[in-house]
Ligand binder design. Structure first.
Ligand code: 13P
Length: 298
């Protein structure tokens, strides 16, 4: 069933947990995320990033995401991730997305505010919550997400979210949830992630809306728990899931070729293995993000 972004984050707030937000630019990923939600009993967010348009267009992915979410008995929010163009956002809203992110984090502050206000006005005619971003994770999210390249350790060029500005931003824009930068990066970590919980706690003290962690895969369970304790309610998770799925496909090909050097490996064998690996990974991380919350309570 469809549950909008505001309501899904309210469930997270009540349970002192974070909702997993999986980027799903393939049918295997959509199915894995929804099946993981059904298996664990926790709500899930499935999201399409504007920069994934070249992997699978919104016109193809969006209606499939909405249809599969509607017929599931799990609580599913269908969300647009890192949208930089309001015309693209409108298309998602008209398809039935019930969460959208306007990302003006690369723009000067005033422009980010002005466009986020426009995004909020656009959402008001729909059953849809709005996420906006302040601060930058360093490498442009779009670049990293679209080519899967590794992000620099510590996010060179990263700007942590300013807690005082975050308060003004939340008040001025009408956003429902705030994506903030406190040390995570999109893509593969080249070393240990170093998160600044101090920054996160100072944002939490000043901003009362739910907070979002981007660059959420590849972080230790301990850091996930600390981030949740400091107010993170949505964790965006992509790179490490698709890395594990890619490795599972390579293992399959290796095993088949070892048994028979000229073995044919069909595409559907690969998508099946990828789906199974993604599902297992998603179940595991959803349990960590649940932070001990009772699935019956959600
Ligand atoms: P990762 O790809 O680093 O997990 O980040 C996902 C993300 O933040 C999508 O917005």
């Amino acid at each position: 069933m469809l549950v909008n972004l505001r309501d899904v984050c309210a469930i997270a707030e009540q349970g002192n947990m974070a909702i997993a937000a999986f980027n799903t630019p393939s049918l295997e990923a959509v199915r894995a995320a929804i099946d993981a939600a059904e298996a664990t009993g926790y709500p899930v967010i499935i999201q399409h990033a504007e920069c994934h348009e070249d992997i699978t267009p919104l016109d193809v992915m969006g209606p499939s995401m909405v249809a599969l979410a509607e017929r599931s008995h799990a609580q599913v929010c269908v969300h647009l991730d890192h949208c930089e163009h309001l015309s693209y956002m409108r298309r998602a809203l008209e398809m039935g997305f019930n969460g959208v992110m306007y990302d003006g984090s690369a723009l000067p502050y005033e422009e980010n505010v002005a466009n986020s206000v426009r995004a909020a006005a656009m959402c008001s005619g729909f059953d849809c919550g709005l996420e906006c971003e302040l601060g930058s994770l360093g490498a442009r999210e779009g670049d990293v997400l679209s080519d899967g390249a590794s992000a620099p350790e510590g996010g060179s060029g990263a700007t942590y979210t300013d807690p005082v500005q975050a308060c003004d931003f939340a008040r001025s824009t009408g956003l429902d949830i705030l994506a903030c930068s406190f040390g995570t990066v999109h893509g593969l970590y080249r070393g240990e992630p170093h998160l600044s919980f101090d920054v996160l706690e100072r944002i939490r003290e000043r901003v009362c809306v739910p907070l979002v962690m981007h660059g959420g895969s590849g972080v230790s369970d301990d850091d996930y728990r600390k981030a949740i304790s400091a107010g993170i309610r949505k964790i965006n998770y992509y790179t490490y899931g698709v890395k594990y799925a890619g490795e599972a496909v390579l293992d399959l090909v290796d095993a088949r070729r070892k048994a028979d050097n000229s073995a044919t490996v069909y595409w559907h064998d690969m998508t099946t293995v990828a789906y199974e690996r993604l599902t297992a990974d998603f179940i595991e991380v959803m349990k960590v993000f649940a932070n001990g919350a009772d699935p019956q309570a959600s």
